[in-house]
Design a protein around this ligand. Structure first.
Ligand code: BV8
Length: 237
């Protein structure tokens, strides 16, 4: 069946083979921290030095990692897709952005970073977002407001993910939903498969191992993303 409207959700697993550690690997730690303990507004208020350093280290790592065959397979598909194509990533790295910069997508494509972006910061007073490729000081003055400070433009636990209205509208209209490299541990992203099913979409999980919501998918292919993602998309068109 030729699909028209595609939504892809990616998680940390798609960047794993690029050398970006996932969140819930065996030890469940990220550079010695449980993500839930560092990625919260409370942690930032309590210990801005720790939290800014946590993100500074990850931001500094970005130039040393590169898109892999899974990122490129999605970009190749987006270049030839005829219809609506929304790529929603939970990842805050810029690997999808770089892959699509090399292979520009066709009309009808959109990329949403629902949990924010490492290379951006926002003002604590105005919410204004700005590009920020360097380190953020614990008490970084904001250019947007005299009393404002700059924080990582990251959605922390307890904060509302970005562009949820656009994501939910695309899920309600899609006929194919593919989740790649995500454990299904974090909500509301973990519930997207249910919204796609409600729209009558065919749902596919491409992951190293079964996710926490694997039973909700019509089709599941297990293996490393750089193998299963190109294979699946080449079978599509
Ligand atoms: C919100 C930015 C409400 C930070 C992140 C109980 C039930 C339901 C919900 C909750 C609950 N208790 C608390 C909540 C809410 C909470 C939540 O879901 N908590 C979890 C821990 C239970 N969610 C929130 O707080 C969200 N906000 O609910 O707001 C609200 C309502 C009204 C008003 C205001 C607020 C916000 C969540 C966003 C948190 N921020 N990221 C940062 O990056 O520093 S989440 C973080 O986890 C990353 O974004 C990450 O992407 C994301 C999800 O993890 P995954 O991407 O899936 O990564 P993970 O390591 O878990 O899994 C990797 C997978 O890849 C594995 O399956 C592995 O097998 C696979 N893999 C590994 N290698 C490969 C591979 N696959 C293929 N190939 C490979 N090579």
């Amino acid at each position: 069946m030729a699909h028209r409207n595609l939504v892809i959700l990616t998680g940390a697993g798609i960047s794993a083979e690029s050398g970006v550690p996932t969140f819930r690997a065996d030890d469940g730690l990220w550079m010695g921290h449980r993500i839930e303990d560092v990625a919260t507004p409370e942690a930032f208020a309590r210990d801005p030095v720790l939290v800014q350093d946590f993100y500074n280290q990850r931001r500094r790592q970005l130039p040393t990692v590169h898109p892999n065959a899974a990122h490129r397979a999605i970009a190749d598909l987006a270049a030839r897709w005829r219809g609506d194509f929304l790529l929603v990533t939970q990842n805050v790295d810029d690997l999808h952005d770089r892959a699509h910069a090399v292979t520009p997508p066709a009309h009808g494509f959109d990329l949403i970073h629902m949990h924010g972006e490492l290379l951006k910061a926002h003002c604590t007073r105005t919410g204004q977002v700005c590009d920020w490729p360097g380190d953020l000081a614990p008490d970084q003055p904001s250019p947007h407001h005299p009393q404002g400070r700059l924080r990582p433009h990251i959605v922390w636990f307890g904060e509302m993910p970005l562009h949820m209205d656009r994501i939910e509208a695309a899920l309600a209209a899609c006929d194919l939903f593919v989740a790649i490299g995500t454990s299904g541990a974090v909500w509301p992203a973990a519930g997207f498969v249910q919204l796609a099913r409600r729209a009558g979409a065919h749902t596919v999980e491409l992951n190293l191992e079964p996710s926490q919501v694997t039973d909700l998918f019509d089709e599941v292919r297990h293996g490393p993303a750089t193998a299963v993602v190109p294979a699946f998309f080449s079978s599509l068109t």
